[in-house]
Design a protein around this ligand. Structure first.
Ligand code: SF4
Length: 235
């Protein structure tokens, strides 16, 4: 039995996939995104140790609220970093007929990733940036992993919700949305595209952790502008 490391749990999550969901934030992330809200989830091996059955017990408490669309979402951190555990946990949840989504960042891929993607009912895929250099500037990772994930998603014909954080002065332009529309064309089964406006609510968390917040001069994303950009999305 593989053990996992858990950062935290959100019950009644309403923004990480369809319906009401129990969100398991797995510990550990190889990326260092400029705007990360959860820098405390980065450290590998921190958090609490769990087994798949612990997560099943927690998730079963939410069954009366999941309805037809809800279920469990694995987020992070980067869930694929614990691929072997993720596969075991999803299989155990699916035995209880609980729908499982994975919220992944495209910044990590290993020998377990294909099967983890295969087991998931829905993939929430964060694009970070369409341009490889900008992708690396934002995440400190190489975009190759994102393409490996897209290849698997297409091969396995998985349903996908695309997520894209829009950050003033980095990707808040109509040209960027055009490039995103082009980028998305290579992904087969896209059900939804969500543009998420950058905000800086994590600054105090960074201060408490004694860490440097690298976007402190960037203002939160303007709502009207985000709406306008949203109207340009095509998929
Ligand atoms: S991938 Fe997610 S958890 Fe990891 S650094 Fe980026 S925003 Fe944070």
């Amino acid at each position: 039995m593989v053990k996992g490391r858990l950062h935290s749990i959100e019950t009644f999550g309403a923004v990480d996939g369809p319906g009401i969901r129990t969100v398991f934030f797995l510990q550990g992330c190889p990326a260092r995104c400029l705007y990360c809200h959860n820098p405390d989830s980065w450290k590998i091996g921190a958090g609490s140790e769990v087994e798949a059955e612990d997560l099943v017990k927690r998730a079963k408490r939410g069954i009366p609220y999941y309805g037809d669309d809800g279920g469990v979402t694995f987020s992070g951190g980067e869930p694929l970093l614990q691929g072997e555990f993720l596969i075991e946990a999803i299989k155990a949840l699916k035995k209880e007929n609980i729908n499982c989504a994975i919220d992944i960042s495209g910044t990590y891929y290993d020998e377990f990733s294909h099967e983890a993607i295969n087991q998931a009912d829905l993939i929430l895929l964060d694009i970070k940036h369409t341009n490889p250099r900008e992708f690396t500037k934002i995440t400190s990772r190489n975009q190759e992993t994102l393409f490996k994930i897209i290849k698997d998603i297409n091969e396995l014909d998985k349903k996908v919700w695309i997520r894209q954080v829009i950050i003033p002065s980095i990707n808040d332009t109509e040209e960027y949305i055009e490039s995103l529309n082009e980028f998305i064309k290579q992904i087969g089964n896209v059900e939804k595209v969500e543009l998420l406006g950058y905000h800086n609510m994590a600054i105090s968390k960074y201060e408490k952790l004694g860490m440097d917040y690298r976007l402190k001069d960037v203002k939160p994303m303007d709502k009207d502008k985000l709406e306008k950009l949203n109207s340009l999305i095509k998929y």
